[in-house]
Design a protein around this ligand. Structure first.
Ligand code: ZN
Length: 236
């Protein structure tokens, strides 16, 4: 039905899996990342390394993978007080949200993705947001995504689909999806090349990937890996 997609791609486990999923489903795929003054610029290096490995190790996807876009979004740090952009420790806030929460960040990302998709003639915007597992960010909810799809389609006067392949998957299922899409080669790539850690730690390679191992993002990733590995062991 749809032939082209723009994938919001940060170089993490989720967006890398979404990108692989898009490369299976669409003939033309472009990627979009944001430089919003992240505390750790490692993310921006990692996303290029992931793209490079995907091209090299999956030549049949290379032909479908088009331009990579990086938009500077310094303004985000001006409007937010988040541990993602400022040098303050990760903590839970009184409202039950982690202080990595940048209010409305995904609304801004999707609006810019919509504008870029319009200009590039891309029909679907793919994002790795998810309601399951920990985060509980309100701008990742399914209803929010549906509302954004409607707002973008009306505001651009063109049908734009917001596609969320991970919305109802937990982290173990996201690992399993990577295996279905690209076998153990893709699982290895996600383990070794992607970045999830809030602390920007690369260092030692654990079974589940690089990271500090104790921040919420690392814990979530490691727990998901353990359940995925256990389910593989029990079937085979
Ligand atoms: Zn970490």
């Amino acid at each position: 039905m749809h032939k082209s997609a723009l994938v919001l791609f940060s170089g993490g486990q989720d967006s890398t899996t979404c990108l692989a999923d898009a490369l299976v489903r669409f003939e033309r795929v472009e990627t979009l990342g944001f430089d919003y003054g992240q505390r750790h610029s490692i993310e921006l290096d990692v996303r290029l390394q992931v793209l490079e490995r995907l091209r090299r190790e999956f030549p049949h996807w290379d032909a479908r993978l088009g331009e990579d876009h990086l938009l500077k979004l310094d303004v985000l740090a001006q409007v937010s007080e988040s541990s993602l952009t400022q040098d303050i420790a990760f903590a839970m806030q009184a409202n039950g949200l982690p202080n990595t929460f940048v209010p409305g960040r995904n609304l801004l990302f999707l609006t810019l993705a919509g504008a870029l998709a319009y200009r590039r003639g891309l029909e679907v915007i793919v994002t790795g947001v998810c309601e399951t597992d920990y985060s509980g960010y309100p701008d990742c909810r399914d209803d929010t995504m549906k509302a954004m799809q409607l707002a973008l389609s009306l505001g651009m006067d063109r049908r734009l689909v917001v596609d969320t392949p991970l919305m109802w998957l937990d982290k173990a299922q996201t690992w399993a999806l990577a295996e279905r899409l690209g076998g153990q080669a893709l699982v290895r790539l996600v383990v070794e090349a992607t970045h999830t850690c809030y602390e920007g730690e690369r260092g030692q390679l654990h079974a589940w990937g690089h990271g500090c191992g104790h921040c919420p993002a690392c814990e979530l990733r490691a727990r998901g890996w353990e359940r995925y590995a256990a389910s593989r062991a029990s079937v085979g």
